[in-house]
Design a protein around this ligand. Sequence first.
Ligand SMILES: [Fe+2]
Ligand SMILES: [Fe+2]
Length: 289
Amino acid sequence: MSSTMPQSAGESARTARIRPGSDAHKRLFCRTLLDTFNPYKPAVIDWPQLEPDARERLVGLPIWDVAVQTEGRARLNVASYAAVTRDPLLREAIELNAFEEGRHKSVLSNLVAAYGIALAPEPEYLAPRDPEWAFMLTGYSECIDSFFAFGLFESARRSGFFPPPLVDTFEPVMQEEARHILFFVNWAAWHRRTMPLWRRPWFELKVVGIWLYLIWERVRIARDVGHGVQDNNFTLNGAKAVGADISVPGLVDLCLTENNRRMRVYDERLLRPAFVPTLARLVRRLLRS
Ligand SMILES: [Fe+2]
Ligand SMILES: [Fe+2]
């Protein structure tokens, strides 16, 4: 599969500032997502033969059920918001985002089948009642999970837990999540500036509600892990699970470096996801002292 890294053309155009919420801003974040699309096909991925112990480690990761279901729900959440989006360019970009979530699910389903990983039956995916809430829930949860996934993926690469062919196969999925959260934070900034003023308080309440829900969900999952339930909060146990001998501060540093590396390639006039990296830097400072 080829990389989704965009060309670094138009350097001079990139230095001009752009106002969040403007039409130019919308065009830029939509076009960035659309123009960096990677047309790989999950069906033709040649899953690398793994050594028995590498295969066993992969099969033993406690993440597969939740990973497949998260992508299934993400596809539906994002597609539901695309369906109610009137702006044609924005809709096209959100539809692509939904397509890519569905493709992640296919990649994971094919991986699971290729390595003989048993999955629990999938629940029924129900269309959300509030598409905007659902889109934001997926967007903000990707902002949290992708940040840690970047660091864990790199740590699994360095430790050799993921053999190089598997790293290559998964690389486009990781970079797609970077594109998604970049798109999402720019959409959120644009959306809150272009909505009627009377809707703003309700929107901000939704944002707070979603963050509280996401924190509660992660605490609950962390607690469930102790009772042998599968683990969405891969980060808590992930570093050990992927065989990396890395300290918590080391892992936070790696997440920050990888996040920067993955975001650096996009137009610098776009906003970057800031909340989770800022929290991570704060935690990093506390750990150091
Ligand atoms: Fe995804
Ligand atoms: Fe995504």
